[in-house]
Design a protein around this ligand. Structure first.
Ligand SMILES: [Zn+2]
Length: 448
C-alpha cells in the first residue's frame, strides 16, 4: 500500500516536472528582453494554461504590449490569500558570448539553457505548472485563494509591473503571503546544509555627485577651472573604501542564523563566517552595510572645452529600514561634508528597503518542505543586496509576509550566482522537479 502510494507520488512529480520543463522552454523562446520587454505573448501563453486549469485570469497593465497576469483560484470559503509571484521579463543577452542560442531553450547535459532560465522564467514555469496541476486535479482551497501573479518590467524598475499593480489595482493583488524570487539555493556551511531564504531587500538610494568649476578653452588649461579634475579628487576618497557595518535587526538575525549563535559584534561575526566560507565575502559585507558604487560619469560635451560641471551617478544600496539621513551621514563620513568638501549631492531615488519576519507560518511550511525532501537541512534567512518585486507587496499590504524562495540543490548558490544576468544561464532539470513539487505542495499546506 505504502509502496503504491510512493509510486503514485513519484509519477506525479515526474509528470509535473515534464510540464514545467516544457513550459520553461516555450517561455525562453519568447524573447522578453527588457527594454522593451514586449511581454504580451508570454503572458497570453500563461493565461491560456491557467484558464484551462480553472483559474480566473486577467491581463492588467498600463499599456497594451506590457500586461501583468493576475490569476486566481478561489476556495470554498473566505480566507487568506497566498500569492505565487514572478516576473516574465529578462535582461539582455549577447548571443556571441553564449555556447547555445540564448532563446533556444535547448536541453543539454541535464539542464535547460537560455536567457531567463534562472532569472526567472524557471520559477515562472514551476509556479504556473504546479498551479495548473492543482487546478486540473480538482483541488480548491478549503479557505482563501491561490493567486498567481506574473509581472512585466521587473528588470527595469517595475514602473509597469509590480509597482503599477500595487498602486493601481491593489484589491486585485492584495494578499497575506507571497513566494517570489531571491533565494532558495542550497549552501554547505560548517558541516550544515542550508537553503537560503530571502526575507528582505535592501533599499535603493541612487544619487548624483556634482563638482563645479569654470569653462574655458582647453588649449589653455590654466584659463578654466576643470570640474572633472575636482571630481577625481572627490572620487579618490571612495577608492577601496565603504561605510562601516550597520547593526540592524534582520541583518543581525541573518548573521546569527549563519554562525548558529548570538551575535554581539557584527564585524567579528562576519569575520568568523568568512573564515569558514570565503566565497560569502562580497555578499555578507554588502548585506551588512550601506554600499556606494559610482557607475557613470559625465563632464564636457566637447573635447576642446574645459568642463564647468562634472556629474557622477552613484548606485547606493541601504539596509532595510534605514533612510535618507542615515545615508547622508554615511556618504559624508567618506567624502567629507558637502559644504566644505567641494561637491554637492542630490538623490534621484529614495526607496527605503523592507523585510518580513524571519519566523512566520509561511517560513514553517518552507522549512517543513526542505526537511522532508532533504533531511537534516534548515533555512538560512538572508537580506538580498539587490531588489525584487517583493518590496512593492510588503509596502502596499502591511502584514503581508513576502519571501524569496525557489529551492535548488542540483545547482548550489555558487553554481547559479555567476550565471544570473550572464552568458550560458541554465537550470538543472532536477531542480525544476524539486521546485515544481514544492509549489504543488505549498498551496494545499497553507490553504487547506
Ligand atoms: Zn529576477
Amino acid at each position: 500500500m505504502f509502496v503504491n502510494a510512493m509510486h503514485v507520488l513519484h509519477d506525479q512529480v515526474v509528470a509535473l516536472a515534464h510540464d514545467a520543463t516544457e513550459l520553461l522552454q516555450r517561455l525562453i523562446r519568447l524573447n522578453t528582453v527588457n527594454p522593451p520587454g514586449n511581454e504580451r505573448p508570454a503572458q497570453e501563453l500563461l493565461r491560456a494554461e491557467l484558464e484551462e486549469a480553472g483559474f480566473e485570469c486577467e491581463l492588467l497593465g498600463a499599456t497594451e504590449e506590457r500586461p501583468n497576469l493576475v490569476a486566481r483560484l478561489p476556495g470554498h470559503a473566505p480566507g487568506r490569500r497566498l500569492c505565487y509571484l514572478s516576473h516574465v521579463d529578462t535582461v539582455l543577452a549577447d548571443a556571441s558570448e553564449w555556447s547555445v542560442d540564448p532563446w533556444s531553450g535547448e536541453i543539454k547535459d541535464g539542464h535547460v539553457w537560455g536567457r531567463g532560465a534562472l532569472d526567472m522564467k524557471g520559477q515562472v514555469a514551476c509556479e504556473v505548472a504546479a498551479a495548473c496541476a492543482l487546478g486540473r486535479s480538482g483541488w480548491r482551497p478549503a479557505r482563501g485563494e491561490l493567486l498567481v501573479v506574473v509581472t512585466c518590467d521587473e528588470e527595469a524598475g517595475a514602473t509597469y509591473g509590480a509597482q503599477w499593480l500595487c498602486d493601481n489595482v491593489p484589491d486585485k493583488v492584495r494578499c497575506d503571503m507571497v513566494v517570489n524570487e531571491g533565494a532558495g539555493e542550497v549552501i554547505d556551511f560548517e558541516g550544515r546544509r542550508l537553503y537560503t531564504l530571502c526575507v528582505g531587500e535592501k533599499g535603493v538610494f541612487r544619487f548624483k555627485l556634482v563638482t563645479h568649476g569654470r569653462a574655458g578653452h582647453a588649449s589653455m588649461p590654466g584659463i578654466g577651472d576643470n570640474a572633472l579634475l575636482r571630481m577625481v579628487e572627490v572620487l579618490s576618497r571612495l577608492d577601496g573604501r565603504q561605510p562601516p557595518f550597520d547593526v540592524y535587526p534582520v541583518g543581525v538575525a541573518s548573521l546569527e542564523a549563519l554562525v548558529d549563535g548570538p551575535v554581539s559584534d557584527v564585524g567579528a561575526a562576519v569575520a568568523t563566517a568568512l573564515q569558514a566560507e570565503p566565497r560569502l565575502k562580497d555578499y555578507l559585507e554588502s548585506m551588512m552595510r550601506v554600499t556606494i558604487a559610482p557607475t557613470m560619469i559625465r563632464a564636457s560635451s566637447k573635447e576642446n572645452v574645459i568642463p564647468s560641471q562634472c556629474v557622477v551617478r552613484v548606485d547606493c544600496r541601504v539596509p532595510p529600514g534605514l533612510g535618507e539621513d542615515h545615508v547622508r551621514r554615511r556618504v559624508e563620513d567618506l567624502l567629507g561634508a558637502q559644504a566644505t568638501s567641494g561637491y554637492t549631492l542630490e538623490f534621484s531615488e529614495l526607496i527605503v528597503g523592507n523585510s518580513s519576519p524571519l519566523d512566520s507560518e509561511l517560513a514553517g511550511h518552507l522549512r517543513d518542505f526542505v526537511q522532508r525532501t532533504d533531511p537534516g537541512t534548515d533555512l538560512l534567512p538572508l537580506v538580498l543586496t539587490g531588489f525584487t518585486d517583493s518590496h512593492w507587496f510588503r509596502k502596499a499590504f502591511p502584514g503581508c509576509v513576502a519571501y524569496g524562495f525557489f529551492p535548488q540543490r542540483a545547482m548550489s548558490r555558487w553554481d547559479t550566482l555567476p550565471l544570473i544576468h550572464a552568458p550560458d544561464e541554465r537550470i538543472a532539470l532536477a531542480d525544476i522537479e524539486l521546485a515544481s513539487r514544492f509549489f504543488s505542495e505549498l498551496a494545499p499546506a497553507v490553504l487547506g
